[in-house]
Design a binder for this molecule. Structure first.
Ligand SMILES: Nc1ncnc2c1ncn2[C@@H]1O[C@H](COP(=O)(O)OP(=O)(O)O)[C@@H](O)[C@H]1O
Ligand SMILES: [Mg+2]
Length: 222
């Protein structure tokens, strides 16, 4: 088991009442799964992904990640945990405009104790794998959306995470670029990386092995 959410509730206080963002989420994810989270806009998909990624906290319930009780961890330890095991891919890429492709991809390694030579080797490998060696000295604004997303995924993968969390990763791409990203996810999943993606696309969901449907913050039966 990679992670488990038990009876997770998340709410925000508004005047005298609670607005629930997540209601009674119970979810177990095994290593090697490829899961798609679906549901209408505002149903809590991003919130759930952020809870799984430890970027958002929650008000009630228990979260276990690789035998660690996330809900009881001190912040510093929690940050170390997700930096070590989780890679994030966002719809809007979130690349640093003033850094080159190379520097963007190298970034997560700077937070860890990699030596310069190790960093160089890792970045070179991933540039090669993603066929973007020729782009390494360009800035994000000089790339197409599809290429920027490839760089975003390369950056998410550089520190070899066990889990990739992707929030509508093809949302800004044309269908061919989107398919390439999905094929890449499938390949990574075949290599053992666990993937949880938020998607609106039935077609993208078919790349995964399981669908979680959300409605008003609650998981609905399939
Ligand atoms: N910090 C917040 N305060 C108040 N409401 C929020 C907050 N974050 C999200 N919401 C609301 O919670 C609901 C779920 O949001 P979100 O997880 O972004 O949905 P989705 O990704 O499915 O579109 C939405 O109605 C959103 O407006
Ligand atoms: Mg969202």
């Amino acid at each position: 088991m990679l992670l488990q959410l038990n009876n997770i509730f998340k709410w925000v206080q508004s005047g005298g009442s609670r607005i629930f963002l997540l209601k009674d989420i119970n979810l177990t994810i095994e290593e090697g799964e490829f899961i798609s989270i679906m549901g209408p806009s505002g149903s809590g998909k991003t919130t759930l992904l952020n809870v799984i990624g430890m970027l958002d906290d929650f008000n009630e319930g228990e979260y276990t990640f690789l035998d660690e009780s996330v809900h009881t961890l001190k912040e510093k330890y929690r940050i170390n945990l997700y930096k070590q095991y989780i890679g994030f891919v966002f719809q809007a890429y979130h690349l640093m405009d003033e850094l080159t492709v190379y520097e963007n991809i190298e970034m997560p390694l700077l937070f860890k104790k990699y030596k310069t030579a190790e960093r160089k080797a890792l970045v070179a490998d991933i540039l090669d794998r993603f066929n973007i060696v020729g782009k390494k000295d360009l800035f994000p604004s000089q790339l197409s959306g599809g290429q920027q997303q490839l760089v975003g995924i390369a950056r998410a993968l550089i520190s070899k995470p066990k889990l990739i969390l992707a929030d509508e990763p093809t949302g800004n791409l044309n269908s061919k670029q989107g398919e390439e990203i999905m094929e890449l996810f499938k390949q990574l999943n075949d290599e053992g990386v666990t993937i949880v993606q938020v998607t609106h696309s039935e077609k993208n969901a078919t790349y995964g092995s399981r669908i979680i449907n959300l409605l008003d913050g609650r998981m609905t039966k399939n």
